[in-house]
Design a protein around this ligand. Sequence first.
Ligand SMILES: NC(=O)c1ccc[n+]([C@@H]2O[C@H](COP(=O)([O-])OP(=O)(O)OC[C@H]3O[C@@H](n4cnc5c(N)ncnc54)[C@H](OP(=O)(O)O)[C@@H]3O)[C@@H](O)[C@H]2O)c1
Length: 270
Amino acid sequence: MKATLSISGKTKIFGCISDPIEHVRAPSVFNPLFEKHGVDAVMVPLHISSKNLDNVVSGLKAMPNFGGMAITLPHKLPIMELCDQIGKQGQLVGAVNFAAFDDNRRLIGDNCDGTGFVNGMLAAGYSVANKRVLMIGSGGAARAIAFSLADSGVAELSITNRTIVKADELVNSVYKAYPDILVNSVDPDPRGYDIVLNTTSLGLKREDPLPINPEALERHQLVAEIIMNPEDTPILLAAKSRGCKIHYGRPMFDHQVAIIASLFGYDFNI
Ligand SMILES: NC(=O)c1ccc[n+]([C@@H]2O[C@H](COP(=O)([O-])OP(=O)(O)OC[C@H]3O[C@@H](n4cnc5c(N)ncnc54)[C@H](OP(=O)(O)O)[C@@H]3O)[C@@H](O)[C@H]2O)c1
């Protein structure tokens, strides 16, 4: 295997915790970034079972050269109990996907899914403030994005989902946290919105049906996606052919990386 990292006694260690571990992508994202930015740090995969999470986090806390971790399933919820502080998005979402030790070895966790999406939109020149947004989907990513959209001052957040009860639950949670935002559970009709956002997994496969009727898309609308691969999902292709502006799924990911790096103490410009 080709060694690309030069590890010394001064190298700072970060982890990516998961169970199973083989599929995790964070080390292959962060290590090239550490190298590119000349940061003496390494991220390693840490295979931790749920029953050992408590012990491992205590051990990591006792290691001053361990900086923090990216967190995937099944640890996103249980690790909250072990954090000394949780950011606003993590509290609202009820799950954290990254955590870092501060100078006093306090573990600070948060969730950056939603902020990553909103920051990615902003970087592309699309503010969500005062916009009417139709969000399709009510899964894990949608939940995080919904709170961030509300936090960013959308004029209206309408949510539609195949399983209507899940859309209703998300609407209630957002309304409870942001009572001044107009939030409602609706049919999948995109007419009249400024932004139409697909957060479902429909589009991962080329043959997937569209989550809305593309004929109803309006030329003035921005159609956004969070699926990264394929880049041009069916809803984006339909939006392009209708003359709409489009926003890809990749910026959400890139901006999450920037947020996590920032908590780790590094400024990686995207
Ligand atoms: N760009 C990024 O950084 C980023 C980050 C996270 C996730 N993602 C992408 O976002 C997508 C969703 O992830 P997630 O974690 O939120 O998944 P999830 O929790 O499993 O939610 C999946 C969502 O898709 C809907 N859905 C699935 N199959 C459907 C179908 N056949 N017809 C209609 N709706 C369907 C689900 O509806 P029901 O509630 O009715 O099941 C639910 O709303 C994935 O494709 C993932 O790759 C991207």
